[in-house]
Design a protein around this ligand. Structure first.
Ligand code: CUA
Length: 270
């Protein structure tokens, strides 16, 4: 090896090492602060977050290997003269390797995604609390039925509690903690999307189709939600809040709301 070649291969090795080092550092700190994705507040979100981390880790490994190989080849085999380097055609070992690696990656991703999807998409039970979510231009309406308020609710009870949002008054959706809750999504106008970031999940709200999903919130607190589908000029006004509370506070919320609407009905003589 001549002096020049030795200098270049040394430089190549240093650059490649730097690239790998930089990638590893970014990767480690990204993983440390939950990889840029918050963990989510539901049981279902835990699984989705794990899947996200797996995909991210695999993508990082591919990224580091591909970039390192790229930088190495660019520096090591850059054009030195007009003479063509040795040409090779058809290498069976290489062909098998670069076909099977992507197949294995896709298979792993498919299996883990499928397992997560079946866990997340588990149907709610009839005795679980159900909230009807109506998306409309440009806000949300949340409806609780008195006979469908989760464990212990009276199947013969009648009446509803309706939380109606307006552009100025963002509605708050209240659900109990540690209980499966089913959301049924409806729309009468255009396609909206029901999105609470901390669910790590969103679902389209489609006219003529009833979409539903189930979550079990495991953290008490107030979280933000919004429409995540461009649905018209005031799409940005379709914000709402999600409040996760203890069961007792949820029962109190429902009682207060129905007392409030009874009082209002009495005052207007309806
Ligand atoms: Cu509804 Cu955007």
């Amino acid at each position: 090896m001549g002096n020049a070649a030795r200098r270049w291969s040394l430089r190549t090795v240093s650059i490649v090492s730097l690239v790998i080092l930089f990638t590893l550092i970014t990767a480690t700190s990204a993983f440390a602060d939950a990889s840029g994705q918050p963990g989510g507040i539901t049981k279902e979100a835990e699984d989705m977050h794990q899947l996200y981390l797996l995909v991210l880790a695999m993508a990082l490994v591919v990224f580091v290997i591909v970039e390192a190989a790229l930088v190495f080849v660019i520096l090591r085999y850059r054009k030195k003269s007009d003479q063509l380097p040795e040409q090779t055609h058809g290498n069976n070992v290489l062909e098998v390797v670069w076909t099977s690696i992507p197949i294995i990656i896709v298979l792993i991703l498919f299996v883990f995604s499928f397992v997560t999807l079946t866990k997340v998409d588990k149907e709610a039970k009839p005795e679980n609390l159900t909230v009807d979510v109506q998306g409309f231009q440009f806000q949300w309406q949340f409806t609780y039925r008195q006979n469908d308020l989760g464990p212990g609710s009276d199947p013969k009870a009648t009446g509803e509690v309706v939380i109606l949002g307006t552009g100025k008054d963002e509605p708050t959706l209240v659900i109990p903690v540690n209980e499966p809750v089913e959301f049924r999504l409806h729309s009468n106008d255009v396609i909206h999307s029901f999105y609470v970031r901390d669910f790590l999940y969103k679902l389209d709200v489609v006219p003529g189709r009833d979409n539903s999903f189930k979550v079990t919130a495991k953290e008490i607190g107030t979280f933000d939600g919004q429409c995540a589908e461009l649905c018209g000029i005031n799409h940005s006004l379709m914000r709402f809040h999600l409040k996760v509370v203890e069961r007792a506070d949820f029962d109190k919320f429902i009682a207060d709301q129905s007392a409030g609407s009874k009082k209002a009905a009495a005052a207007t003589g309806k």
